[in-house]
Design a protein around this ligand. Sequence first.
Ligand code: ZN
Length: 131
Amino acid sequence: MAINQGLVLTCAKCSTKNFLDPYPFWNFSGNTKCAGCDAIYAVTFVKGQLTSGPTAGSGKADLLPGYAEDKTGAGIGGDKIRPAPQSRPDPFSGKQKHVKQSLRGKPLSGSPLKKEDLVGSRPKFIIDSRK
Ligand SMILES: [Zn+2]
């Protein structure tokens, strides 16, 4: 039996911790899939509270976990989890708007960057602006 942990679903079969992130799972009824062993779990959340499940289900997953860790704590990525939400496309061009400055005029990294624009994982122009 799985442990009732609300928005964290620990798989009964492989002990993978599947993080069911609050926004998409807040009011949700359907299947999710363990990122470790592909087991299907039926869950129901109402206002972020688990009201039914997790019970072993069958079929396909309606929504994948936002993040998962195996029993050693190593992150599981790839197509086992749902990609992070991206900025919404502009309704006219269908492409994301590129933002380089916040409303307060501070530099912001909101556009595609190349490797040479970065220092480690930080954009160079942001580091320069703080010197
Ligand atoms: Zn599993």
